[in-house]
Ligand binder design. Structure first.
Ligand code: PLP
Length: 388
């Protein structure tokens, strides 16, 4: 029998990191001490009080059965309390909060609820690849909004052609931003609400990094903006805030029709997040937040070492206020892939070529600060020796 993959799989963008991965494995096999700044996965452990909470909840037989589709009332309640405490936003835990099996799951399923074949989504570039791929899986098309330095890595809404704006059904945004580290302020979000209302566009804001501000900077929620709830949904994750990437727990909040549409897709696809993990999520959100402050200061220290070191080496990284990513232009005359493979071959450092996040990311590399300060200092030393 001839096995034929579906068109949507055949149309997936090529795996741009394949070459870097191959080179990395080759160097490791040769015994090179590789420093991996390529992955956005925290190296720090989940705080102990959250783990203890899971241990306890895992022993309760009531948690061994199918969870409810929309999430436990306790977890949705703690999300609402956390939003009030952190952003001053009131949410109805029954209709405006939905538990997700990680925010990626929710983002990936969202277009199935709101995008028809041929519909258009406004997608930033460079960006987390899920927005475009999920749009494509739903039969939609992406219109890419370039994020460039001159504009603070925010999309220029006035530059979107009128006919595109008229056709667009959804706009994806992500601040604090992966991969650039850029943040959005109130004025930009206000413009987005006005724009979305004028053109009847749903705003899908990925807020995975709001708790990753450094040196006292507190990123805001899109939901703080008057009118945001009429047009938008916001995706959150416990992955980065509490070093819980492996646990798979996130949530969506916002407009009740957007939440219920996403819930309808999910109830036909999955059966919810493990109740014991949601119990641990309650502990994370309701508990002492000093673990978040500790994490923020660890990343700030790492940034200081990396930014200082790269500048000494003659590079000009974009200094972010939040996230754990450093977006760094390649030296003159080199493109993203060339710079990333030079760092890998000559210094044993894995980074991600910016072009992998979309064409406007060309000319940059992304470094993830998910290794210790000592390893970052070692990386800096190796880069200095390259004499760029
Ligand atoms: C890490 C990340 C997420 C979070 O994904 P989870 O599925 O919650 O682990 C979402 N969006 C972006 C842009 C990310 O970098």
């Amino acid at each position: 029998m001839r096995i034929e993959k579906a068109e949507r799989i055949k149309k997936l963008p090529p795996y741009l990191f394949a070459e870097i991965d191959r080179l990395k494995e080759e160097l490791k096999a040769k015994g090179v001490d590789v420093i991996n700044l390529g992955v956005g996965d925290p190296d720090l452990p989940t705080p102990p009080h959250i783990i203890e909470s899971l241990e306890k909840a895992a022993r309760d037989p009531a948690n061994h059965q199918y969870p409810s589709y929309s999430g436990t009332g306790e977890f949705r309640g703690s999300v609402a309390r956390w939003y009030k405490k952190r952003f001053g936003v009131d949410l109805d835990p029954c209709t405006e909060v939905l538990t997700l099996i990680g925010s990626k799951e929710g983002i990936a399923h969202f277009p199935l609820a709101f995008i028809n074949p041929g519909d258009l989504a406004l997608v930033p570039a460079p960006a987390y690849p899920v927005y475009h791929v999920a749009t494509m899986f739903a039969g939609g098309e992406s219109y890419f909004m370039p994020l460039v330095k001159e504009n603070g890595f925010l999309p220029d809404l006035d530059a979107i052609p009128e006919d595109i704006a008229r056709r667009a059904k959804v706009m994806f945004l992500n601040y604090p931003n992966n991969p650039t580290g850029a943040v959005a302020e109130r004025g930009f979000f206000e413009k987005v609400v006005t724009y979305a209302k004028r053109h009847g566009i749903i705003v899908c804001h990925d807020a995975a990094y709001t708790e990753m501000g450094m040196n006292g900077y507190k990123p805001m929620s899109f939901m703080e903006i008057p009118g945001a709830r009429e047009v938008g949904i916001e995706f959150h994750s416990l992955s980065k805030t509490y070093n819980m990437t492996g646990w798979r727990l996130g949530f969506a909040v916002g407009n009740n029709e957007l939440i219920s549409g996403l819930g309808q897709v999910k109830s036909n696809v999955d059966s919810g997040a493990f109740n014991a993990i949601q119990a641990a999520g309650v502990t994370a959100l309701d508990g002492d937040q000093s673990c978040v402050a500790v994490m923020q200061s660890i990343y700030a220290e790492r940034f200081a070492v990396l930014v200082g070191g790269l500048r000494d080496a003659g590079l000009e990284p974009y200094v972010p206020k939040a996230t754990f990513y450093l977006w760094c232009p390649a030296p003159k005359g080199m493109n993203s892939k060339e710079f990333a493979s030079l760092l890998l071959r000559e210094a044993g450092i894995v980074t991600t070529p910016g072009s992998g996040f979309g064409a406007p990311g060309e000319g940059y590399i992304r470094m993830a600060l998910t290794v210790s300060r000592e390893r970052i200092a070692e990386a800096v030393e190796r880069i200095r020796k390259l004499g760029l």
